[in-house]
Design a protein around this ligand. Structure first.
Ligand SMILES: Cc1cc2nc3c(=O)[nH]c(=O)nc-3n(C[C@H](O)[C@H](O)[C@H](O)COP(=O)(O)OP(=O)(O)OC[C@H]3O[C@@H](n4cnc5c(N)ncnc54)[C@H](O)[C@@H]3O)c2cc1C
Length: 817
């Protein structure tokens, strides 16, 4: 019996897997009673029905962990609320390490878990054996145990969420396929769908694409970028094993396997290093796909099974009941997508779950529903924000190559600075080949190839990853010191460059930016764009090019987000927003000898008088032209040279030749990062996000509340009255040996109070350095600094010096010399 399809709805959720059911449930809970969920076949018939059902709470960041924890709690409650058994058991989980590097990783994770208030214990191999008697602990170096992790029945979770949604007023309709999302004036206006051969239209201003592996093509039809691609994903289930009783979930990432005991059988799942994208090239997902499996591929699974038999000897004699192969969506960076798409207002997504959709969907559905309800995310979700996707990433060849790697990365060593090995080289600077010939070792950001460090002639041009000093540590030191004492050259072509131009461009930017934008032509303004809570939506410089034209420079990774923020907030003002990123290269000359070098290749005057800090001028350079911006992200005298892409190679060659006489050093992104953290310059996405208040981030100097109204001004004024709840503090470890990367626990007077938001090695200051927030409600700056600080790294606490002013050049004298 087909159900009546309403003509109108506040939101249409597309897809009845765990993701769609959770979004519908949470919208209904928020009082969106006229929500309709449409499922083309039956609920859970896509990927959800066959998930293994592991529920691990610890994720890579505080907010992702918050969401996973929320899911676990919800799944426990849901049974009582809906009467559907979710199978949720908190039988704990255990991860074992077979190498010293993995031990460091899991111990670091344990420190992180403590910082996030998750129950965790580092245990010895013998203790692991006591918890898991079937485990062969040969080669096991260490283990961690999370007693409140668990497992569940995924299909029932989805069914319970669907029932809960219905109980709160949502309509869940099976057997209805969405064919098209309709639009009017740049926003969603409805959907056309099909039920038993008949077509219907539902008027709505909001659709949520929860269509799993179908999601990319559905989005593409509306001009929306949703880069995901399915891979084959495998597990086996044994016959019942006599005497097998309840066990924690076990992960052996060094052997790419996880183990789940369920009803006396053992499920062994794989995260193999090279996965199989599906469907194969030239094929599409079959129209009648419903509760389907993919053909088994024993040869592909066998290497994992062999290791599993050694690790769990009882598997040798256990019969295999099921060999399961099912498709699951993976994304280019192994993170899912949430939020409103930049291309189309009212088009939301919750998809691309990278094999953690069951544990993630509860929290993700809650966060997305709140986002839709309030018009802004409830807390920082940048990691999974759809606005990080690059338009080119919907290319299917790119996706196929990349997802063959991302599946396995779930269990690979998560070394710091680890780079993707596949689908590289898509976006390159005009001087890419020049840098490559000079030893550049590249990393990737937003598809851009960027020189991360420069190898010596006699050195291999590859990363040797480790949790200790990696093989480029000395290269970075030389680059870092060259910037501090001589001159270095960075290629920052990947910067996002946005031109805002028109009669009302100034008024528009004044309304969005917290700093004063009405400055003379040629002035550069460092500013943030804030949301109504005073949180930072964007961190940028604005250069006034003329009366009516401005150039906004943003990190390459946030370009799509920044463009979306500008476009969403443009009202009746006459201003045109254009992405100019590919038009200009950016070569940054940084260091006390940069003036000397630029003077050799340009007849212009670079004195403080003619070219002061914070100004941009057109200059002649070699036989070409550039716009020289006197700003710095490393805390030194320097110029960012914006060069038309066609002249970039010429300008580079001219600089290199002249620089040879004074020891110009080519420098990479790792050095940019270590220099900027010494100077305590913030980085969007790490130290500052839309959740971080601009005053608590220590950026009040760039906020001008006296200039008139702007978005976030009220929140700034309120915070000035109520005082700061936390402050961004800079740390330096007292011992020169240990390293900081990100996420290490901050310990204040013996108690964990936060995590390091970004860390690196301060080669000039002589120790690891980092930034991180310290709660300080009702306290003065002096109180904050009066405490004793340590940083907990892999379970070991190391004394740290704390400062609110930058430890390097606190008076900013070096940038003005
Ligand atoms: C072997 C395996 C093991 C896994 N183990 C775990 C685990 O232990 N823990 C964990 O957290 N996750 C696990 N996962 C991942 C998890 O199963 C997925 O991340 C999750 O099910 C994805 O849910 P979804 O709702 O996004 O997609 P789906 O479940 O695929 O739902 C999408 C739905 O959209 C419908 N649809 C598509 N197009 C349309 C349209 N045009 N109109 C209407 N409806 C449409 C489809 O029919 C489908 O039902 C595993 C996955 C696999 C393959």
């Amino acid at each position: 019996m087909s159900k009546a399809i309403p003509q109108k709805a506040r939101a249409v959720v597309i897809g009845g897997g765990v993701s769609g059911c959770s979004v519908a449930y949470h919208l209904a809970k928020l009082g969106w009673t006229d929500v309709v969920l449409l499922e083309r076949k039956q609920l859970t018939s896509g990927t959800t029905w066959h998930a293994a059902g592991l529920i691990g709470q610890l994720r890579a960041s505080q907010n992702m962990t918050r969401l996973a924890k929320y899911s676990a709690d919800l799944y426990v409650r849901l049974e009582a609320e809906t009467g559907i058994a979710t199978g949720m058991k908190q039988n704990g989980s255990m991860t074992v390490a077979l190498t010293a590097e993995r031990r460091e990783e899991i111990y670091r994770q344990a420190s992180l878990a403590r910082a996030f208030d998750i129950d965790v214990r580092e245990i010895s191999p013998e203790e692991a054996k006591a918890l898991y008697p079937h485990l062969n602990i040969g080669g096991v170096k260490a283990a961690v145990h999370l007693p409140l992790d668990g497992q569940c029945d995924p299909a029932n979770i989805a069914m319970a969420l669907a029932k809960g949604a219905r109980q709160n007023g949502a309509a869940i309709i099976e057997g209805v396929r969405v064919i098209e999302v309709l639009t009017r004036a740049g926003r969603v206006s409805g959907v056309t769908c099909e039920q038993a051969g008949e077509r219907f239209t539902i008027e709505t201003e909001n659709v949520v694409n929860c269509a799993g592996m179908w999601g990319r093509e559905l989005a593409r039809q509306s001009g929306v970028t949703l880069p995901l691609h399915a891979c084959e994903h495998f597990y086996i289930v044994t016959e019942a094993i006599p005497g097998l009783a309840q066990l924690p979930v076990l992960r052996v990432p060094d052997e790419c396997a996880y183990y789940k005991e369920d009803a006396g059988k053992m499920l062994v799942g794989a995260f193999e290093p090279v996965a199989k994208p599906w469907p194969p090239a030239g094929e599409t997902i079959r129209e009648d796909f419903c509760f389907d499996q993919l053909p088994e591929d024993f040869d592909h699974f066998q290497p994992i099974l062999e290791m599993a038999i050694n690790r769990m000897p009882m598997l040798e004699t256990a019969g295999i009941h099921t060999f399961f192969n099912g498709p699951e969506s993976f994304t280019p960076d192994d993170r899912y997508y949430l939020g409103e798409t930049p291309e189309l207002r009212g088009y939301w997504v919750a998809a691309g779950y990278n094999s953690i959709g069951i544990v993630s969907s509860g929290g993700a559905g809650m966060a997305l529903a709140q986002w839709m309800n309030d018009g802004e995310p409830p807390f920082d979700l940048w990691e999974v924000d759809i606005r990080r996707a690059q338009p080119f990433q919907k290319n299917r060849l790119y996706l196929k190559e990349r997802v063959s790697e991302t599946l396995g990365l779930l269990y690979a060593d998560h070394f710091p600075y680890r780079q993707m090995a596949t689908a590289r080289g898509v976006r390159r600077s005009p001087i890419h080949e020049h840098l490559k010939a000079r030893g550049a070792v590249f990393g990737e950001a937003a598809g851009w190839e960027r020189a991360n460090w420069f190898a010596r002639h006699d050195q291999e041009r590859e990363y040797r990853y480790s949790w200790q000093r990696q093989n480029w540590f000395e290269n970075q030191r030389e680059e870092h010191l060259a910037v501090r004492t001589g001159v270095g050259l960075f290629d920052m072509t990947s910067f996002g460059k946005i031109r805002v131009e028109g009669r009302d461009a100034l008024a528009f930017l004044e309304r969005l930016c917290a700093n004063r934008i009405d400055v003379p032509e040629g002035r550069i303004v460092y500013t943030q764009m804030l949301n109504h809570r005073g949180g930072i939506e964007s961190d940028l410089t604005v250069t006034r090019l003329s009366e009516t034209a401005f150039l906004l420079v943003v990190p390459g990774a946030t370009l799509q987000r920044d463009l979306a923020w500008l476009r969403r907030n443009l009202r009746e003002e006459f201003a045109v927003i254009t992405d100019m990123t590919a038009a200009e290269s950016v070569l940054c000359l940084m260091g006390p000898r940069s003036r000397e070098l630029i003077g050799k290749v340009s007849p212009n005057d670079f004195s403080n008088e003619h070219h002061p800090f914070g100004t941009a001028r057109e200059i002649e350079i070699g036989m070409g032209l550039a716009r020289a911006h006197r700003v710095t992200y490393v805390g030194e005298l320097g110029w960012e040279l914006y060069v038309s892409a066609d002249q970039a190679a010429h300008v580079f060659e001219v600089l290199e030749q002249a620089g040879a006489e004074i020891g110009l050093k080519l420098c990479g992104i790792h050095t940019l990062d270590s220099c900027r953290i010494e100077k305590a310059f913030r980085h969007f996405g790490h130290d500052i996000t839309d959740e971080d208040h601009v005053l608590e981030a220590g950026l009040g100097f760039a906020v001008k509340t006296d200039k008139g109204d702007f978005i976030g001004r009220d929140a700034v004024l309120r915070k000035r009255e109520t005082g700061l709840n936390r402050r961004l503090v800079q740390f330096k470890l007292a011992e020169p040996e240990p390293l900081l990367f990100h996420n290490e626990a901050i310990v204040r007077n013996g108690k964990i109070v936060g995590t390091i938001t970004s860390g690196n090695y301060g080669h000039f200051l002589g120790g690891a350095i980092g930034l991180g927030y310290v709660p300080c409600k009702g306290e003065s700056a002096a109180d904050v600094l009066a405490s004793g600080y340590e940083i907990e790294i892999a379970g070991t606490r190391v004394k740290a010096e704390a400062s609110l002013a930058p430890m390097y050049d606190p008076k900013a004298e070096r940038v003005r010399i």
